[in-house]
Design a protein around this ligand. Sequence first.
Ligand code: C2E
Ligand code: CA
Ligand code: CA
Ligand code: CA
Length: 278
Amino acid sequence: AKELGGNQVQYFNSQIYAKIERRIKIEKHLRKALEKNEFILVYQPQVNLLVNQIVGFESLIRWESPELGRVSPLEFIPIAEETGLIYPIGKWVLREACSQNKSWQELGFPKVSMAVNLSSKQFYDQSLKEQINSILQETGLEPQYLELEITESMTMDVQVALTTLNSFRNMGLKIAMDDFGTGYSSLSYLKEFPIHHLKIDQSFVKDISVNPTNAAIVNTIIALARNLKLVVIAEGVENDDDLKILQEFNCDTVQGYLFSRPVEASEVPEIFDRFSCN
Ligand code: C2E
Ligand code: CA
Ligand code: CA
Ligand code: CA
């Protein structure tokens, strides 16, 4: 490319260079982030519309790096996956989420499920099942209060996915299919997977009240879920107009800024109090 010369090539090179540099920096600091306690979990409530009660929380990781500032999971999770750092990070998330849920139960709050996002590497990790078993024992959380969120792309290898999901089911765990509609999923296998929740991706939920295409997609997914006897969770619900449409479509459960942003553990008791649970 050097003989092409010109500013264009230089500009292009410097852009690539900046990206590589950022990637290297993140990886470097990510390696120390766990031991330096730089991660926290935040929690977003999932609200059942029929009874206006919290039925669960989704845990979402946050990384506050002294060197890089706050880095989005959208940026560092893929790097954690590539480097294998996702194994210890994912294990920390599972333990933290389970222990937090157990401590809310011990404080007397209604028992709800805690959803944890799994990465593809974790899902295919042979030791995951054992790891979860020991975390549940350690924390004393009953398995039905832990929900694992997987995505369609993880189920591409249908046989392996089926075996893994069935063993989770046998352990008594709950499973949610996250970001539904954004990946390829073999709809024919969906009914064979032991899944409890279908989470409609927020890109479809967004502006559902003014976007007829999105409304049609969401309506169809809800009908599909009902046929498969799955409970639907609509993600990314931001305003009352969108909520109204979701209610018309008989959507079971919703999650989004309209109800609450993901909050730190210390703010969760207020959220429980805001909804008349049980
Ligand atoms: P996701 O699992 O699809 O999580 C939903 C994302 O939407 C979260 O972004 C959440 O904060 C955001 N969100 C919630 N309600 C609304 C809303 O009403 N409007 C809008 N615009 N956004 C909303 P976040 O926390 O930045 O996480 C991004 C992604 O990073 C997650 O997408 C998930 O794929 C991944 N992630 C987060 N935490 C973990 C984790 O502990 N482990 C793994 N493997 N991945 C994680
Ligand atoms: Ca999720
Ligand atoms: Ca999602
Ligand atoms: Ca997503």
